[in-house]
Design a binder for this molecule. Sequence first.
Ligand code: SF4
Length: 284
Amino acid sequence: KEFRNKIKPNWCPGCGDFSVQAAIQRAAANVGLEPDNLAVVSGIGCSGRISGYINAYGLHGVHGRALPIAQGVKMANKDLTVIASGGDGDGFAIGMGHTIHAIRRNIDVTYIVMDNQIYGLTKGQTSPRSDVGFKTKSTPNGSVESALNVMEMALTAGATFVAQSFSSDLKELTSLIEQGINHKGFSLINVFSPCVTFNKVNTYDWFKQNITKLSDVEEYDASNRMTAMQTLMQHNGLVTGLIYQNSQQPSYQELLDGYSVQPLAVQDLALDEEKFNKMMAEFM
Ligand code: SF4
C-alpha cells in the first residue's frame, strides 16, 4: 500500500504541511485502504498542493471549493474514502459557507484543515484565524478582528466529529485521521500547521508552550458536547485530540433512499429519448 508518489513537495523546509501529508499517507495505509480507494480533494493555498503529493485519486480544485467537490465525489461513488483538505483561509474565509453546511449535512467526508493562521501562498496576509494584534502586510498596525474559534463553531453547527492536532505530533495526527476516516459522517480535523516563512508568532515553539493535550485532561469525555465546549472555552481553543464525537447520528448518505444500492459512478446513465422525456416530465 504505497501512498507516496514521486513528486517532491515544493513547500518551504519546515512547513507544517509535510507532517499532514505523511499523516494522511500513514492513516490511509493503517485503515487498510488501497490508493484506488482514496480520493483527496484540495482547495487553493500552499496546503492545496497536497492532493498532488499523495498516490490516490486527486483533485486540486478552486479557492474555497474543496468541500463541494469532495461531497460530489462521495455522492457519485460511495465506495471511495474521500478526504477534503485546505488551509484556514480556504476553509474559513471564502469557503466558510461550504464548511458550515457540510458540517450540518454530516456527509461522510473527512475534512483536514492546515491551519497556519495566515495566508502563506500570497506571501503573508491576516486570515480569519489570525489573533488580534497580528501584524502582516494587510494589517501593518495589527489585526483588530477576533480570530475565529473554529472548533466551537463546528460544535454549534452540529458537527459529529471534531478534532484538532499539531504538525509536531505525527502519532496523534495520524490516529485522528484514522478515526476521522472510520467515522460514519463528516469529520473535521483542524491541524496547527506552522507557516515557518511568514508567521513568526505562531511557531512550533509557541504551540508547544500553549497547547493542552486532551489526553492529559483527567476524565475528558469526548462524547459529551457540553464538556467539549467548556473545555474549548477554558483553553481558548488551544487543545489537541478528539474533542467531540457523536457516533449515533446517521450520516447524510444513510438517510438517503437508494444511495447505498449502486454508486452513480458505475450506473448506466445513458439516456434514450423516452427516458429523457420521462425524466423531464417529472420536473414539470
Ligand atoms: Fe508552508 Fe508558509 Fe512556505 Fe506556504 S509559505 S509552504 S505555508 S511555510
